[in-house]
Design a protein around this ligand. Structure first.
Ligand code: ZN
Length: 48
């Protein structure tokens, strides 16, 4: 049974795509894109 939330992160700046869980989503919102460092907001995530 998989109850863990999954999200698809797509950077609005460099367009890197990463599958993330809730913890990684929170980290990205705090520190920005892992690749280019662009600020990340809720709009960069889609539920997978
Ligand atoms: Zn980026």
């Amino acid at each position: 049974m998989n109850t863990e939330a999954r999200f698809q992160f797509v950077c609005p700046d460099c367009e890197v795509t990463v599958a993330v869980d809730t913890a990684k989503r929170t980290a990205l919102l705090a520190v920005g894109c892992v690749r280019c460092g662009a600020p990340v907001d809720d709009g960069a995530f889609a539920t997978a």
